[in-house]
Design a protein around this ligand. Structure first.
Ligand SMILES: [Zn+2]
Length: 101
């Protein structure tokens, strides 16, 4: 049950209301940008194929997500810019009116 005052809600309505999302594995966008965070709970997303260090880190940190829900190019900043973990997706999908492509 999600409460109105959930600590994870910090005004994401502006950027994520009624967004179309795609579920996919997280891939590092560039050589210098190799992780992201969930827009709600700040869970870390990492790409196990980025480096051996990343693969080992993910293996020893079960809280790190390797896949999740992300925005498409219909949104500001383009596809794969905003990431949402599976838990936050489940908790906020109705509230934000998300559609999964
Ligand atoms: Zn989350």
């Amino acid at each position: 049950m999600t409460q109105q005052g959930d600590w994870r809600l910090t005004g994401q309505e502006d950027i994520l209301s009624r967004a179309t999302l795609v579920r996919k594995p997280y891939r590092a966008p560039s050589a210098t940008w190799e992780h992201d965070h969930c827009e709600f709970c700040w869970a870390k997303f990492m790409d196990p194929n980025f480096s051996e260090e990343h693969r080992l880190y993910i293996e020893t940190h079960p809280d790190v997500a390797t896949e999740g829900f992300t925005t498409t190019d219909e949104r500001a900043n383009g596809a794969d810019y905003y990431w949402i973990c599976a838990d936050c997706y489940a908790d906020f999908a109705d509230r934000f009116g998300w559609r999964v492509a």
